[in-house]
Design a protein around this ligand. Structure first.
Ligand code: IPE
Ligand code: IPE
Ligand code: MG
Length: 244
């Protein structure tokens, strides 16, 4: 397989739907949990590769609000894996200048997970080299509904007029407040859907769907997706850029 060429202007923010862990495991005659475990190594490779490529933000979909509908044992395994990842990797991420941010619903979560996530965010908040955004218990519709509720509260309290509600105001109330929008959304595992991920934020993202299962993800797959992205023309509703 030919090595993809480096891209001169990488996307600033890449978001990834890390899908296909279960199928990766099943195709090897292993339990689904083995796929999730192997997915952690893929995540480590992705962070390293993205930082090396000059990408500034990497957002990863680690657990959706809909994933609670999976069997209890699988849910418990995934939560435990997240805790282990935080415990094992935060010190090293911090040492490499990675800032960690967590997005998603914090209501009714296990306090032990919440405190670990809070601590990881607090410890790394001053880092500027690279931002890893962990979408945990994340659902985009719920995030937008939460922002709408806060707007309604401000209007009720008389701090905001309904005529002042704009996309900018709503954007600032999302969990992703202050971050640039994703330029490139990658989904592994071959499915071509968004599964309630960053619906608002991906309004003008470029989508790249790759067949490889998440545990097989590596720097080469990322580089190829970035090249596909770089070859596209983003128009944001305007016209093709004129060549003078
Ligand atoms: C992605 O892999 C991991 C999570 C959704 C947490 P899946 O577990 O969805 O794997 P497939 O799609 O069933 O193969
Ligand atoms: C999306 O994958 C969620 C994560 C990767 C965390 P799913 O496997 O849950 O999505 P669907 O069910 O195939 O849409
Ligand atoms: Mg899946």
């Amino acid at each position: 397989m030919s090595q993809p060429l480096p891209v001169s202007k990488p996307p600033r923010h890449v978001a990834i739907i890390m899908d296909g862990n279960g199928r990766w495991a099943t195709s090897r005659g292993l339990p689904r949990s083995a796929g999730h475990k192997a997915g952690i190594d893929a995540l480590r490779r992705a962070v390293r590769a993205a930082a090396d490529m000059g990408i500034e933000y990497l957002t990863i979909y680690s657990f959706s609000t809909e994933n609670w509908s999976r069997p209890r044992t699988e849910v418990a395994f995934l939560l435990d894996l997240l805790k282990r990842f935080i415990r094992q990797d935060v010190a090293e991420l911090h040492a490499s200048g990675v800032r960690i941010r967590v997005i998603g619903d914090r209501e009714n979560l296990d306090p032990s997970i919440l405190s670990m996530l809070d601590e990881a965010e607090r410890l790394t908040q001053g880092n500027t080299a690279f931002t890893l955004v962990v979408a945990f218990n994340y659902g985009s519709r719920q995030e937008i509904a939460r922002a709408a509720r806060r707007i309604a509260e401000q209007v009720e309290q008389g701090n905001l007029k309904s005529s002042e509600v704009t996309a900018t105001i709503l954007d600032r109330l999302l969990d992703t407040s202050g971050m640039p929008e994703p330029d490139l959304l990658i989904r592994t595992g071959g499915e071509e859907r968004i599964s309630n991920f960053l619906l608002w934020q991906c309004a003008y993202a470029e989508f790249v769907f790759v067949p490889e299962f998440w545990p097989d993800f590596n720097a080469e797959i990322l580089a190829r997706a970035v090249q596909t992205y770089a070859a596209r023309e983003r128009r944001f509703g305007g016209l093709k850029a004129q060549t003078a």
